[in-house]
Design a binder for this molecule. Structure first.
Ligand SMILES: Cc1cc2nc3c(=O)[nH]c(=O)nc-3n(C[C@H](O)[C@H](O)[C@H](O)COP(=O)(O)OP(=O)(O)OC[C@H]3O[C@@H](n4cnc5c(N)ncnc54)[C@H](O)[C@@H]3O)c2cc1C
Ligand SMILES: NC(=O)c1ccc[n+]([C@@H]2O[C@H](COP(=O)([O-])OP(=O)(O)OC[C@H]3O[C@@H](n4cnc5c(N)ncnc54)[C@H](OP(=O)(O)O)[C@@H]3O)[C@@H](O)[C@H]2O)c1
Length: 275
């Protein structure tokens, strides 16, 4: 096993829908990361209680019981938390999540403690503009929750817009947490940013939520109107995370609006694709 791989224990599990859940694991003492980064998480089916209880003749047991499977996972929790939290989709025939969905408190997972990724606020050169826009679909919300639990984010910007798109209301996870962030973090710093949360639900009407896809909302100006601020090349950092089609289409919409990709610290747009 690589030097970077450590065994961590599942401490809690929250089920949002049959296809979405969150969980926390123990945090190795030496493990450090920056808000927005991801790690590689591994599962060995033989270490999950579900599989230990499964009769070998059961058809689900034909998954190789001793093969570790690793996948990239963004960290939800703050770099200062004692535990590490993750937010996961379940892809019924996915090699990783078809197994991960069965995890229970007390199970063990493998954590590669080398953090990766540049979807972090550290990528932007100073001076910083006043507005930060965080645009997510599905589990792409994860890195933004970590940033929003880091006080520096609240100190560095004047407005933070979080627009989070899910297919249905029940898939819009973490809403209560998002709604408490201003109180929980904004009150801890002088002149905190104002957080503007814009929920988007695309496949059913939901009061208070927008219903179109992000690129359309941007090109029509609906998102800017709801946020009450303009998207401007001089005042804006914007981060995109989640579905690669959303990332591509939204990137193009932002370019049409005059924003540019962030390279070597300069420019507005930073992105992360989940598949
Ligand atoms: C940088 C990075 C960070 C990631 N962070 C997360 C995270 O925090 N939470 C998370 O659930 N996944 C995350 N992923 C995706 C994750 O690595 C796996 O793809 C996911 O766990 C599914 O694994 P699987 O083996 O079951 O299916 P895979 O064989 O990996 O994927 C099969 C298909 O499922 C779909 N899919 C994969 N991941 C997702 C997803 N997250 N949401 C919707 N559809 C998906 C795609 O169509 C993909 O082609 C991340 C990926 C990358 C590259
Ligand atoms: N969600 C489920 O119930 C479910 C169940 C089983 C498996 N899956 C699988 O999981 C994967 C995705 O599931 P998901 O619901 O988490 O993610 P998703 O399909 O990425 O949907 C999340 C949000 O992203 C939006 N979106 C998708 N493409 C976009 C684009 N090009 N531009 C802007 N917004 C876009 C969706 O809008 P739209 O509604 O307009 O697409 C939705 O609001 C798929 O492979 C799916 O088959 C999902």
């Amino acid at each position: 096993m690589s030097d970077n791989i450590q065994t961590v224990t599942v401490l809690s599990k929250t089920t949002w829908t049959p296809n979405l859940f969150s969980f926390t694991v123990s945090r190795p003492d030496s493990f450090k990361f920056t808000a927005g980064q991801f790690v590689r998480l591994g599962v060995n089916p033989s270490q999950l209680k579900y599989y230990q209880q499964t009769d070998a003749s059961d058809e689900t047991a034909d998954i190789a019981l001793n093969e570790d499977v690793f996948r990239a996972y963004s960290i939800v929790s703050s770099p200062f938390d004692e535990v590490i939290e993750f937010f996961s989709i379940v892809i019924p025939d996915g090699a990783f999540t078809s197994q991960l969905q069965h995890l229970q408190v007390g199970d063990e997972l493998l954590l590669n403690t080398m953090p990766f990724g540049f979807l972090t606020l550290a990528r932007y050169q100073k001076p910083l503009p006043k507005d930060l826009w965080l645009l997510a679909t599905g589990t792409g919300l994860a890195p933004f929750l970590s940033m929003l639990q880091d006080l520096k984010t609240w100190e560095d910007y004047e407005h933070i817009v979080l627009a989070y798109s899910a297919r249905s209301l029940d898939e819009l996870a973490y809403v209560e947490k998002i709604e408490s962030l201003q109180e929980d973090f904004g009150t801890l710093v002088d002149n905190p940013a104002r957080l503007i949360f814009i929920p988007i639900v695309t496949r059913e009407p939901v009061e208070g939520a927008l219903s179109e896809r992000l690129p359309k909302l941007l090109l029509e100006g609906t998102l800017q109107a709801r946020a009450g601020i303009a998207l401007d090349i001089d005042t804006t950092h914007v981060m995109l995370c989640g579905n690669p089609d959303m990332v591509e289409d939204t990137k193009e919409a932002l370019k049409t609006l005059g924003l540019v990709m962030n390279r070597r610290g300069e420019g507005n747009i930073a992105v992360e694709n989940y598949w």
